[in-house]
Design a protein around this ligand. Structure first.
Ligand SMILES: Cc1ncc(COP(=O)(O)O)c(C=O)c1O
Length: 405
């Protein structure tokens, strides 16, 4: 295959807004859980495009739907509806608590819609001052100004002028803090069942049940951001299904399109009715191409074969990490659920995750961080077992080199 050699990593520094610091290689091809860069170097992919590629790269069934729908109808706007949108909405409803669906294109947009809906519902059903949103330190909900302000990482929200108001942050998994902060002016409590970017921290069962109870007491909506934890990542379609707690609104994105941009906000009939024609919208949301691919991804992910395989792969990664830690002793804790796994470095190595990730890429592995002290694993849900073993061997070599440099 002839690659475009005029394009190099240096081109990035010349033409792109300098908001990312991408690795030095440029991936050009992927298949399953393997990726090749411009120079033909091969990588095992434990990052999955940040928890997006639940079925790996270029899954044949998704490619087939992409081709078929691509020859048929890509986009009509919401001036018309379309068959794939309605089919995917029905599938999501059948598989969850939801009765109504709104489609958008990214996690942030789904959350933006969720927060607007929560406020609109409280204002129209209760009183005009019921606008407080309760959220959590270290949470991540996206980068639009509303979502980044609800997120609990102030460094991302500062420096852009006045922020959306009436958002209060409390420590995650601290029910007393929620109890102290929630009141009858609270319209919603927003949380990730497993904080992803913020450090791979699962909500405890008692915490999520307690928050649900407090929401009921104060007529606040429970909004679960399952952009990262959803679509099979934890071994159930959505992480809330492990807890026995139902949200009022749930957002989903990333793996919903298996790599094609699409997101959704799910809610109930009565909450949805707070919105009327024209109250919210998006040009691309619910386009037939994205929704057709979403249907195929959901049909494959929401099966016992795929969901049951998640736990087995989790155990393989954990086992390898524990063995590695007996050798190197650099980790203090392994956290997460299913194939959303965090390995926290011991205090003496805090802040060193980028150095490790540099060695990791050199060894032919794609891996993520969460903050500056946690390695994060979000591979394909169907990554073959021998590729897990090979990827862990590459991680072992990377850590050994990093320690001995
Ligand atoms: C929990 C969570 N919510 C929202 C987002 C934002 O999604 P997007 O980048 O698609 O806007 C992310 C992205 O990492 C996320 O992990």
């Amino acid at each position: 295959m002839v690659e475009n050699t005029a394009i190099s990593r240096n081109t990035y520094d010349q033409v792109m807004l300098p908001i990312y610091a991408p690795a030095n290689c440029i991936p050009v091809r992927g298949k399953g859980s393997r990726v090749w860069d411009q120079r033909g170097k091969e990588y095992i992919d434990f990052a999955g495009g940040i928890a997006v590629l639940a079925l790996g790269h270029c899954h044949p069934a998704l490619v087939e739907v992409l081709k078929q729908q691509g020859e048929k109808l890509w986009h009509v706007s919401n001036i018309f509806t379309n068959e794939p949108t309605l089919t995917l909405a029905q599938k999501l409803i059948d598989a969850t608590f939801a009765q109504r669906v709104f489609f958008a294109n990214s996690g942030a947009e789904a959350n933006e819609a969720a927060f607007k809906l929560a406020r609109r519902y409280a204002i129209t059903h209760h009183h005009p001052h019921k606008t407080k949103i309760l959220a959590f330190h270290h949470a991540f909900h996206g980068r639009t100004f509303f979502t980044v302000s609800v997120g609990g990482q102030p460094q991302y929200a500062e420096g852009f002028g006045p922020k959306p108001a009436d958002i209060v942050h409390v420590p995650f998994n601290d029910l007393d803090a929620v109890r102290a902060a929630i009141d009858d002016d609270t319209c919603a409590v927003v949380l990730e069942p497993i904080q992803g970017e913020g450090g791979v921290t699962p909500a405890t069962v008692a915490f999520l049940h307690g928050v649900r109870e407090l929401c009921n007491q104060h007529q606040a909506l429970l909004v679960l951001d399952e952009v990262q934890s959803g679509m099979g990542r934890t071994g159930k379609l959505y992480a809330y299904q492990h807890y026995g707690v139902q949200p009022d609104i749930l957002t989903t994105a990333k793996a919903l399109g298996g790599g094609f941009p699409i997101s959704a906000m799910l809610t109930t009939d009565s909450i949805a009715m707070a919105m009327e024609t024209g109250a919210h919208g998006t040009t691309y949301g619910g386009n037939p191409l994205a929704c057709a691919i979403g249907c195929a991804a959901l049909d494959i992910i929401n099966t016992p074969e795929v969901l049951e395989g998640v736990e087995k792969r989790h155990d393989m990664i954990l086992h390898a990490l524990e063995k590695m830690n007996q050798k190197y002793g650099i980790f203090c804790e392994f956290r997460g659920k299913g194939l959303l796994i965090g390995a926290e470095l011991k205090v003496e190595y805090h802040g060193k995750v980028r150095e490790i990730l540099q060695q990791v890429v050199d060894q032919g592995l794609m891996l993520l961080s969460a903050g500056d002290s946690i390695l994060r694993f979000t591979p394909s849900l169907i990554i073959p077992e021998d590729e897990i073993a090979e990827g862990m061997a590459r991680l072992d070599r990377a850590i050994s080199r990093w320690l001995n440099k």
